[in-house]
Design a protein around this ligand. Sequence first.
Ligand code: NAD
Length: 488
Amino acid sequence: MPDLYIDGSWRGALDERTREIRCPADGSRVGVVDEAGGKDTVEAIAAARRAFDEGPWPTTPAADRGDLLLRVADLLVRDKDALARAESLDTGKRLVESEYDIDDIANCFRYFGRQATAEAGRVVETGTPSVDSRVVYEPVGVCALITPWNYPLLQTAWKVAPALAAGNTFVLKPSELTPHTAIRLMRLLEEAGVPPGVANLVLGAGPEAGAPLADHPDVDLVSFTGGLATGRALMAAAAGTVKKVALELGGKNPNIVFADADFETAVDMALTAVFLHSGQVCSAGARLLVEDGLHDRLVDEIVRRASRIRLGGPFDERAQTGPLISAAHREKVEAYVARGLAEGAVLRCGGERPTGPGLDDGFYYPPTVLDECSDDMSVVREESFGPVLTVERFSGEAEAVRLANDTIYGLAGAVFSTDEAKAQRVAARLRIGTVWINDFHPYVPQAEWGGYKQSGSGRELGPSGLAEYRETKHIWRNTDPSPQGWFD
Ligand code: NAD
């Protein structure tokens, strides 16, 4: 069956190109998918434009749109096993993590299904009896949704669900490395009854299949999750037609551990913060800031436990984390570590490709700890997006805040302390979108997600996540019109 979904039909690419997908855990062939070029994407944009301009989706009652999203949530639960398996084969991540993701994805659809009717608009009191005035929300139009490979279906759900809830039409372009769950999602949308042209899928590389999404005049909004360099380029490309642009970009997230932190919790969470999914998490706590008095004990224990983390493929039940996404990405992480060592960081564990049964054919890289780092090093300033922890020391609250904020990014981070007032003071001063206190990584669809500074220019999830996909219109009605005589 062909893999591009345009105007309610499945078809191949106009130039018949395809791409082979291989599992990063062992190089095995996962499948061959159709690979769109720019012309396919332009057709998808035209379909989305027609479906928006001619309806009926944008004017379908919000309650019906909400119901459809709730149906999609049920279908996701029904197909959980197949979806999780497909996600793990494309990404190499452990099956249990993919299963966890599918539950989150269903919750996301449920949340936006209910939000569709939560806020319909408001009446504005003008103080003039002969006027009624109200503010209404309308869909933005045709949305380009561009997503990365690390949480392929989750990042897609964060965009597709609110875009549909608000009454938009869209063209989705997932990462070329991880297309399979996007294909499955489109089949579920079709089954749930999304009208033709409302939801369109193009697969393929960014510069070819993706580029028209940023500069085509018929696209009204670009919602992008991915790397900083791509985000900057998309923002510039979208400027020509003044599109709405929502960016969710990278992070270099501080994990601040005060000497008074609960030791076992701090160790455990520091490991999860950075080594979950082998560090391929936008909110990874890749930058450990540890208070002087605790440094040696904390880092020794992190190193001891990081060295024992078991690597393996998606279906290896003993594995604690998996491979990196590609050979190119592993080389990027290796180069980053080499640069850190050249800059004076001290390698405490990891740093060399693992070998052995089950590992030789995958893109594995071990949990790596670089100690004695400082905030002028490139390893501290740039995102590696791999299992690499840099360690810096600080002394006192003010220095912790100064170091944590000394970055161009501002996505997420954490504070570990048993002093509640201190933790709250520090949290308040961090210039980042999500702060965890004595925890790392959890999120809920009801609360906004997004970055300060160069981590992004928009919000996903929560009420502001829906607002990204809505225009706000003020309608003023004069109920007793009469000539004013200004130009008599
Ligand atoms: P990437 O920027 O390389 O690619 C992301 C998407 O953009 C892919 O679909 C790609 O094909 C597409 N793309 C690339 N060039 C394009 C172009 N010229 N026009 C249109 N589309 C184009 O990012 P990646 O390597 O897939 O993902 C990793 C990055 O994503 C990391 O930096 C990570 O921090 C970030 N990320 C951020 C969040 C968040 O919530 N802030 C979540 C997940 C990932």
